[in-house]
Design a protein around this ligand. Structure first.
Ligand code: 5GP
Ligand code: ZN
Length: 116
């Protein structure tokens, strides 16, 4: 169910514009408005789930799907050889600012470890 006050639900509904680069029956991917790397894409489930912490056993296949979409997009964006990072910030303390589950795909520059 779409949540009225959720930014990503509003993007999914087309109420707020975004550069969508992929869509299927369970997920949508669009470019981050404040890119932290030359490639910075967000993969979000079509269904509103607040965070990874809120995902249940019922969502296992969906979580796997989101990761496979992340890899597919990284491939399409030419990141296979250089490498890329798939990140799920969970909770405010870890930097989550939009409470609709999403996987960041970052690449196109060297990525340091550990992250900040
Ligand atoms: P989080 O901080 O929750 O892990 O990631 C949220 C991401 O959403 C941030 O990287 C932020 O730049 C991005 N973002 C916030 N508002 C918008 C928007 O309106 N459009 C797009 N495309 N990305 C957004
Ligand atoms: Zn939402």
């Amino acid at each position: 169910m779409a949540e009225q006050n959720c930014l990503f639900c509003r993007i999914l509904e087309g109420e707020i514009p975004a550069e969508v680069i992929y869509r299927d029956d369970r997920s949508v991917a669009f470019r981050d408005i404040n890119a932290q790397a030359p490639v910075h894409v967000l993969i979000v489930p079509s269904e509103h789930i607040e965070s990874l912490d809120e995902a249940s056993q019922r969502d296992e296949a969906l979580l796997g799907h989101l990761l496979r979409v992340a890899a597919r997009i990284a491939n399409e964006e030419g990141l296979t050889e250089s490498g890329y990072r798939a990140v799920i910030n969970t909770g405010e303390g870890a930097g989550q600012s939009v409470f609709h589950l999403h996987v960041h795909v970052l690449g196109g520059r060297p990525l340091n470890w550990p992250p900040g």
